[in-house]
Structures are given as structure tokens and as C-alpha cells.
Design a binder for this molecule. Structure first.
Ligand code: NDP
Length: 468
């Protein structure tokens, strides 16, 4: 089989190598046509060899074979009526991947590209990420191939109501607690929560990312972006540097991107790009607070396109997306740091090489699996500071965990209190990745650190709980 060996962690054991290879082969055979799921599993399995070498009991308990198999996969029809009175049909999903350390937790994605393989990759990643947060949360993910773009509020509401009518049978505050992701923001969470409450006749913390007046947590909207920047600041500290004055590339222009830019500004950096699926805006003068406020209004209220930024601000130029290119021009600009915050596989091997060539010395992943395996290898070989998604973007789900705690206690913490907890969690995650990488013979390798630290807690819980 191809591919193994890209990120391989140090191991001398042929038995372990054989074991990892056979699990990977079986994942490919049992889950055909799911390349993103294969990629996510491969990245984790390749880094676990040192653990499997030290802990043969995980091998005999077949932890790897079990951890790659979702506990439950739900797939369902979502029929709804559009504004013209036409019936529309979409497909809904919820992947309940692993609940060994807590209720399933992970976002819902509404995007036309959504399919089973993409959600399985996201659910698999979520298991390790949630474990890293130090909070008791299992891993799950869900969504639909529904595209909220261009739909009226009423259409989005009818879709969400139909989607939740089925999903409500499978979730609950102690079972499975979904949140937002691409295409699911405050508006969608509101409609989903309203329908759940109506169907179940209960007001509970069944979703996170709720509005502040009805159980939401302060800082939850900001958390993924803020957390990613806190993580980047920790990486820089290891080299006695800070974000002050650093020129930063940010992709996407949604939730994660907006709050990444906000926190970068707080810490004195100069963000110069944003993007969406139509292209990139490059503002060499910097995206300041006034421009960011304009982007937030454009994206969150007017639901416009990022190209409009270049009409409004003359210091910026718009580079339209060109699918015929083998690289993204966004990653071919001079900068110090990069924050991919749009979607999976948005940085390929060529993009990664361009970033290195352009002087980038830090990459912190706000999006999930934004870099292909080839790209990750380029980053690791170049020696730049690389913060993998599972660790760098865990602030979102960590703050969702804090929202769940507040809901259970029926109280609300202040903005400062939640932000302080988020900051401390990101510092702890960075520390855990560093220490674990060192302990397993790969100092500074945060991919190995994140994967092993996330894996150990889940694997031990699975061992303790017997065959399940
Ligand atoms: P949003 O829907 O708010 O924004 C997504 C942004 O990415 C938009 O600008 C969108 O552009 C762009 N985008 C999405 N898909 C594509 C694509 N196929 N090609 C080009 N651009 C694309 O989502 P979020 O900001 O919430 O999520 C962004 C990333 O962060 C995702 O990978 C998500 O899984 C990850 N993440 C999010 C968390 C959260 O708390 N929200 C937590 C952890 C990770 P367009 O409008 O044109 O589609």
C-alpha cells in the first residue's frame, strides 16, 4: 500500500509497523471512496508507533481497530419546502465516533461538499482534539449537503426544523451535543435549538454556540480564532518571539477567520489577507479594526462576498479563485505567519513550499486538516513552527465544553472568566503536545505530541471500560 511513512514517528519495531499498516489497509478496504477519512486516519496512525511499542496491551486489545470504527453512523433524509413551494431533499448525517471519555461532541457542517467520508474524517479528528482539551467530551460530527448560501432566512429555518426533527431522536445533553461548523452559525443554531425544545418539551444544553440570552456562553463565537492565536503565541514563545509586528496570512472569512484577525490585532500583528470560495483579498496596509468590523457586517449580516472588500478599501486587491492553478495565490505572498482557517486540504505540497519560500516561520491551523500530508511533510522538513489543527483549533470545542458546564450549573461566567479559561486551556494543550512529543522521542514535533496525547486518554478509557 502507498502513503505510509510520510510523517512516521520513530520506531524500530517491525511488529508495530506491520500492525499499523494492516489497520490502515483495512480502513481503506472497508471505507472505499472516503479519501479525507483515509488521510485523517493515516496521519494519526503514522504517529502512534512509539506508543504501541511501549504499550503492547493496546495492540492485544485491538484499540486501533476499534478507534477507527465509528460507534454509530446516522444517515437520514431531510425533506423541506423552498420559498417557491417546491419540495427539496437533502441528506443529513451524524457520526457518533467515540464516547469513551464523555458525550459525543462536535459541530454540524452545512455545505454542498458534505458527504460521509468528510464527516467521518472530522469526527475522527474530533475524538483526539476533544481529549486534548482536558474536558470530558467524546467525539462526533454531523451535517448536511444543504447549502445555506443564497437561501432566505425562512428556507434556512424550514431546513433546520426538518433536520432537527430526525436528529433530535439521537442527541441529548448527556448523549451528544452538536455545535456549529462551516455554514452553521448563530442563526442556524437558533433554529435547530428552537425545534429541539419544541419536540422534546425541554430547555437543555443540547447544542452549544447558543445565543447569549438563551444559554449561550460569552466568548464561544470568538473561541476558535482566539484559541488558535493563543496557541501560535505559545509556539513563538518557545523561540523567544511574539506576534508583535508579524505579517499574517489568514484564509477564509467566516467565524474562525474573523476572530483570528481580531486576536492578531489585539496582539500587535498585521493580518493582510482573507478569502472565500470566490477568491482572496490582499491588503498590504493591513486589515485593521475598522476594516474587520466592515467584514463582519458583510459576512454575518449582509451575507456578501469578500471581493467587495477590494471595492470598499483601495489599499486591497482581489485575486479571483482559479481552479486551473495547482496552487493558491494566497499562500504565495510574503509573510511571517499563516493561519489557514477556511477548509480541508486548502494547502497542498506546492502551497507549503511557497509559504516556506516566502519567509513564513509559523503555521497555526484554524481549519480542520487544512494541509495535505505532502504539505505537512514540507512544513516539518523545513523546521518551521507547525501547530496542527487538533491542537491549534481546539479552543472552539473547549469553550463549548465550558458552555455545557455553565448550562449544567445554570449560571453564566463573565467574558473575562471564559477568556481566561480558554487561554489557560490553550497553554495547557500546547504544553501537553510539547511534553508528549519529547517523552516519545520527537522533541518539537507537535503532530506527534498532539496525536499521542489525545490518543492516550481515550485508549486508557477504552481499556478501563472493557470491550465496547
Ligand atoms: P464559516 O462557514 O463561518 O466560514 C467558512 C469560510 O471558509 C468561508 O469564508 C467559506 O467561503 C470558506 N470555505 C468553506 N469551504 C470552502 C471551500 N470548499 N473552498 C473555499 N473556501 C471555502 O466556517 P468556520 O469559520 O466555522 O469554519 C472554518 C474552518 O474551521 C472549518 O475547517 C471548520 O471545520 C474549522 N473549525 C471551526 C470551528 C468553529 O468553532 N466554528 C472549530 C474548529 C474548527 P464561502 O463563503 O465562499 O463558502
Amino acid at each position: 500500500m502507498s502513503g505510509l511513512g510520510v510523517l512516521e514517528a520513530p520506531t524500530r519495531s517491525p511488529v508495530v509497523k506491520e500492525h499499523v499498516l494492516s489497520v490502515m489497509n483495512s480502513v481503506r478496504a472497508k471505507n472505499p471512496n472516503e479519501p479525507e477519512f483515509h488521510q485523517a486516519v493515516q496521519e494519526v496512525l503514522e504517529t502512534l508507533s512509539p506508543v504501541l511499542e511501549r504499550h503492547p496491551e493496546y495492540r492485544s486489545a485491538r484499540i486501533l481497530e476499534r478507534i477507527v470504527e465509528p460507534e454509530r453512523v446516522l444517515m437520514f433524509r431531510v425533506a423541506w419546502m423552498d420559498d417557491q413551494g417546491q419540495v427539496q431533499v437533502n441528506r443529513g448525517f451524524r457520526i457518533q465516533m467515540n464516547s469513551a471519555i464523555g458525550p459525543y461532541k462536535g459541530g454540524l457542517r452545512f455545505h454542498p461538499s458534505v458527504n460521509l467520508g468528510i464527516l467521518k474524517f472530522l469526527a475522527f479528528e474530533q475524538v483526539f482534539k476533544n481529549s486534548l482539551t482536558t474536558l470530558p467530551m467524546g467525539g462526533g460530527k454531523g451535517g448536511s449537503d444543504f447549502d445555506p448560501k443564497g437561501k432566505s432566512d425562512n428556507e434556512v429555518m424550514r431546513f433546520c426544523q426538518s433536520f432537527m426533527t430526525e436528529l433530535s431522536r439521537h442527541i441529548g445533553p448527556d448523549t451528544d451535543v452538536p455545535a456549529g461548523d462551516i455554514g452553521v452559525g448563530g442563526r442556524e443554531i437558533g433554529y435547530l435549538f428552537g425545534q429541539y425544545r419544541r419536540l422534546r418539551n425541554e430547555f437543555s444544553g443540547v447544542l452549544t454556540g447558543k445565543g447569549l440570552g438563551w444559554g449561550g456562553s460569552l466568548i464561544r463565537p470568538e473561541a476558535t480564532g482566539y484559541g488558535c492565536v493563543y496557541f501560535a503565541a505559545e509556539m513563538l514563545k518557545t523561540r523567544k518571539q511574539s506576534l508583535e509586528g508579524k505579517v499574517c496570512l489568514v484564509s477564509g472569512s467566516g467565524n474562525v477567520s474573523q476572530y483570528t484577525v481580531e486576536k492578531l490585532l489585539d496582539l500587535g500583528a498585521r493580518p493582510v489577507t482573507l478569502s472565500d470560495s470566490n477568491g482572496v483579498i490582499y491588503d498590504a496596509a493591513g486589515i485593521d479594526r475598522e476594516k474587520l468590523a466592515w467584514v463582519m457586517e458583510l459576512k454575518n449580516s449582509k451575507r456578501g462576498r469578500i471581493m467587495e472588500y477590494a471595492d470598499r478599501f483601495k489599499s486591497a486587491k482581489f485575486i479571483p479563485a482559479d481552479p486551473s492553478l495547482d496552487h493558491n495565490p494566497l499562500w504565495d505572498l510574503n509573510a511571517d505567519c499563516a493561519f489557514p482557517s477556511a477548509t480541508q486540504n486548502e494547502i497542498n505540497g506546492r502551497d507549503a513550499a511557497n509559504l516556506v519560500k516566502r519567509g513564513v516561520t509559523l503555521v497555526a491551523e484554524g481549519a480542520n486538516m487544512p494541509t495535505t500530508l505532502d504539505g505537512v511533510k514540507v512544513f516539518l522538513d523545513s523546521g518551521l513552527m507547525y501547530g496542527p489543527a487538533k491542537a491549534a483549533n481546539a479552543g472552539g470545542v473547549a469553550t463549548s465544553g465550558l458552555e455545557m458546564s455553565q448550562n449544567s450549573m445554570r449560571l453564566s461566567w463573565t467574558r473575562e472568566e471564559v477568556d481566561d479559561r480558554l487561554h489557560k486551556i490553550m497553554i495547557a494543550i500546547h504544553q501537553a503536545c510539547e511534553t508528549t512529543a519529547e517523552k516519545f522521542g520527537a522533541p518539537g514535533h507537535l503532530v506527534i505530541g498532539a496525536n499521542i496525547a489525545g490518543f492516550l486518554k481515550v485508549a486508557d478509557a477504552m481499556m478501563d471500560q472493557g470491550l465496547a
